[in-house]
Ligand binder design. Structure first.
Ligand SMILES: [Zn+2]
Length: 114
């Protein structure tokens, strides 16, 4: 079953892009690159696959926490949290999860204000 994942935002839900790589696959790629003496950082992985590094290929970034809406109170209770994470569309890739390295901001300015 292929389930569309979504996350909550200030304006309803946003799609969570699945870039299709598991943690294990990323690790495998990095180890293979390392063995060949090639660039193998996490950033290199995202660049090699045209994935947006700012949102790690998901098209959305967590931007804060808010009180649960009435229909979310049960979920918050189950998770034992008072507030739930809030997401926004990634400004770098505009929600596609894909961006060339030249558009990334994460490595240029790690303390960029939001
Ligand atoms: Zn992005």
């Amino acid at each position: 079953m292929d389930t569309e994942l979504s996350v909550r935002s200030a304006h309803g839900s946003l799609p969570w892009v699945d870039h299709g790589f598991t943690m294990a696959a990323i690790k495998e790629w990095r180890e293979a690159q390392h063995a060949k003496g090639l660039p193998n950082s996490l950033g290199d992985f995202y660049a090699a696959h045209d994935l947006c590094f700012d949102c790690e290929g998901h098209g959305v970034q967590m931007t804060g926490w808010t009180q649960p809406l009435p229909e979310e109170v049960r979920v918050a209770k189950e998770l034992n949290v008072e507030r739930l994470p809030l997401y926004s569309v990634c400004e770098t890739c505009h929600g596609t999860g894909r961006a060339p390295r030249s558009e990334w901001r994460k490595t240029d300015c790690p303390e960029r204000p939001r």
